[in-house]
Design a protein around this ligand. Structure first.
Ligand SMILES: [Zn+2]
Length: 63
């Protein structure tokens, strides 16, 4: 099952709308790099734990 990280649900003052989808480990790598580069976050274990908790199952949308 793929996971989704949606920046719109992440507290941010830059209005980021990025979504990252993939296997959980892939999303984590990309999301940490993105958060450090764009959101100025620090790559810490605590941050990674919080980030992992934000991931949601990639449920296909049937709009
Ligand atoms: Zn973002």
């Amino acid at each position: 099952m793929r996971k989704v990280m949606d920046c719109r649900e992440y507290p941010s003052d830059i209005g980021c709308t990025l979504t990252i989808t993939g296997e959980e480990d892939e999303v984590m790598v990309a999301a940490v790099q993105h958060a450090v580069a764009v959101h100025g976050e620090e790559d810490t274990q605590e941050f990674r734990d919080g980030l992992r908790g934000m991931l949601k199952p990639d449920v296909p949308q049937h709009a």
